[in-house]
Design a protein around this ligand. Structure first.
Ligand code: AMP
Length: 285
């Protein structure tokens, strides 16, 4: 049975009760509009833990001015049906003022990992993410929390935050779930017109080009980056970045890398997509 709670105190109590029952807690934080990418996190949580909690909260703090907060897809009934079908134990869907009551003024902010890539393009974004996830971790208590490597930098930042602040949370990064043609699943894919949907494959073509070159022995970050960038630029209206960085520090490597993160953010019309691959670790996307 899937229980739905709206109030932070109820959510905390339900997680406490599960642990009191000797059940380990798995946490899957989301902004809703659930798709198979999110549901793969639920499956991963079910494998590792006894009691799975999904949070559904479109977090205003992580959207910048002019971003898509207002039009972000919200369909709670569908999300709940998906959670029920997968045997989620608890859904926490708070109202914004339950998470951020009047006078809320605390900000959780982390250092260098939040500076490049998404941090450069979306200045207040990661402060919004770390602040809301810190709250969710505090409400949940000891747990294993699942994040998608689709938001690679976010995953790294949250793992760092949990370690730095001694939060009793194991942060797990799960593989990217893709459509059959390679497009990474995203709540934002529904914004794409048919022609944009076809052009969106430029990202995965770029990631594949870099992955193929790596498999053939290419190790120069700039060469690998350029191969990816060429494909992305051909398909997209505007490219925020195509980066080749160290998968742990997120800065360009200084010597021949044993692994390399190729990370992309680009726009098609009013839709912004991100994707990535870790060369030397991930399968061909
Ligand atoms: P969101 O609702 O977009 O905030 O995403 C919630 C969680 O689902 C995050 O940890 C995302 O990284 C993860 N996620 C989103 N899309 C995918 C995907 N295609 N594959 C794996 N995880 C994903």
């Amino acid at each position: 049975m899937t229980t739905v709670v709206r109030k932070p105190a109820e959510f905390r109590r339900a997680c406490d009760d599960a642990r009191a029952d000797a059940r380990s807690v798995g946490l899957v934080p989301t902004m809703g509009a659930l798709h198979d990418g999110h549901l793969s996190l639920v499956e991963a949580a079910k494998i590792r833990t006894d009691f799975v909690a999904v949070t559904i909260f479109v977090n205003p703090l992580q959207f910048g001015a002019g971003e898509d907060l207002d039009r972000y897809p919200r369909n709670f009934e569908d999300d709940l049906a998906g959670c029920r079908k997968r045997g989620v134990d608890l859904v926490f869907a708070p109202a914004p003022n339950a998470m951020y009551p009047a006078q809320f003024q605390t900000n959780v902010s982390i250092g260098d990992l939040a500076t490049p890539l998404e941090g450069e393009c979306r200045p207040a974004h990661f402060d919004g993410v770390t602040t809301v996830v810190a709250k969710l971790f505090n409400l949940t208590g000891p747990c294993t929390a699942m994040f998608g490597r689709k938001d690679y930098q976010q995953w790294k930042i949250l793992a760092r935050m949990a370690r730095d602040l001694d939060m009793p949370v194991e942060v797990v990064g799960c593989p990217i779930v893709r459509e059959l043609d390679g497009l990474a699943l995203s709540s934002r894919n529904r914004y794409l017109s048919d022609t944009e949907r076809a052009r969106a494959l430029g990202i995965v073509s770029g990631l594949r080009a870099a992955h193929d070159a790596w498999a053939e022995g290419e190790r120069h970050p700039d060469a690998l980056r350029s191969l990816a960038a060429k494909q992305v630029q051909a398909g997209f209206d505007r490219v925020d970045y195509v980066a080749a960085v160290d998968p742990d520090t997120l800065v360009p490597p200084t010597e021949a890398p044993s692994g390399l993160l190729i990370a992309v953010a680009a726009h098609l019309g009013t839709t912004r997509l991100i994707d990535n691959v870790v060369l030397g670790a991930d399968p061909r996307p």
